[in-house]
Design a protein around this ligand. Sequence first.
Ligand code: ZN
Length: 390
Amino acid sequence: MDLNQLKTAIREEFSGLQDELKTLALDLWEHPEMAWKEEYSSQKLCDFLTNHQIQTPKGYCGYPTAFRSEVSCKTGKTFAFACEYDALKPGHACGHNLIAACSVGAMIAAARIMKKMDLPGRLVILGTPAEESGAGKVHLMKHNILDGIDAVMMAHPGKCTIPDRGSLAIRRYDVTFHGLSTHASGSPELGVNALDAVMLLFNAVNCQRQQMPEFCRIHGVVTDGGVAPNIIPETAGCRFFLRSANEEWIEKLDKRFDDMVKGAALCTGTTYTKETFSVDCRSRKPNAALNEAYTELITELGEKISSTPKEGRGSSDFGDFSQAIPGAHPYFAITDPCNGAHSLEFMEAARSERGLNNMIKAAQALTFTACKFLMDEEFQKKVRDDFETK
Ligand SMILES: [Zn+2]
């Protein structure tokens, strides 16, 4: 089979599948569930796959809302699709309902094409819960969820259609300073002010900004600022996120932050506790060859690749996947420039006609990339080489 025949086969598969996939995405949108609580969504996705001849039991290694299933043909390479399906407080404001239907659709179509065309290799679908706040993929990696997989992809909704341009590694800390309370006016000399330590830490972080490259970020909030102005705060706390697109710099920032906390305590005579909040995520390492195949097909389907310079980036647990094996996390446009993901506007776009139609295009681009990977040894080598040389 050549690539033109593959493209025709993909078109045929999706003309039959697209209505069901859109209904699935809307059903998930109507039932938003927070991280680790995706009972309804994961059951729906497993049932959908099973109804399309891909037996998928719900649950993986003790995580009830995760899943993993596979189909294989002759011996060859293994390609995986990752699904996300957790929501935020107001609902599907990050459009993970579209991600899930997109990857499930790609898995079903690619599996059918693999069987019909007798393609070598194996396809895997990974149900990865809790992207938003739980770093589900990092947890699942401790249970070898990527074992035997040669490449992994998913597509995320966004403001524009673009290849994966990477994301930032993230480390999150809660810091509490401990001092001594006293009457702030009657006997200030007896107190040790924990809030001063928090304020010094913010000032130290703000000084550090001037010495950081553009691809780093530090941002924090005060979580405990004391009780009343006439009481010297005995404890005070803050939460900071440290981010970097570069793995070397996240280490540097981490070390600097640790020194700043120590310095703030030393200056004020306080003690401190510093705890990790949530799980660390690594930066995303986009695979150029996988990106290229995705953009080739989505462009042919009428999507324009945005050439606007990179805007701010967040962090994602797919970063850890992409550092372990070749991976890509490209985007498909569901709305024109708006407040972006996590806004109410974006949530509406995640069930709009344009959102659903472009989700189908992205699913076709993922199917194309997966099938090309299974059948083309030259492409497999390019994917591997790109991963190894970065
Ligand atoms: Zn998201």
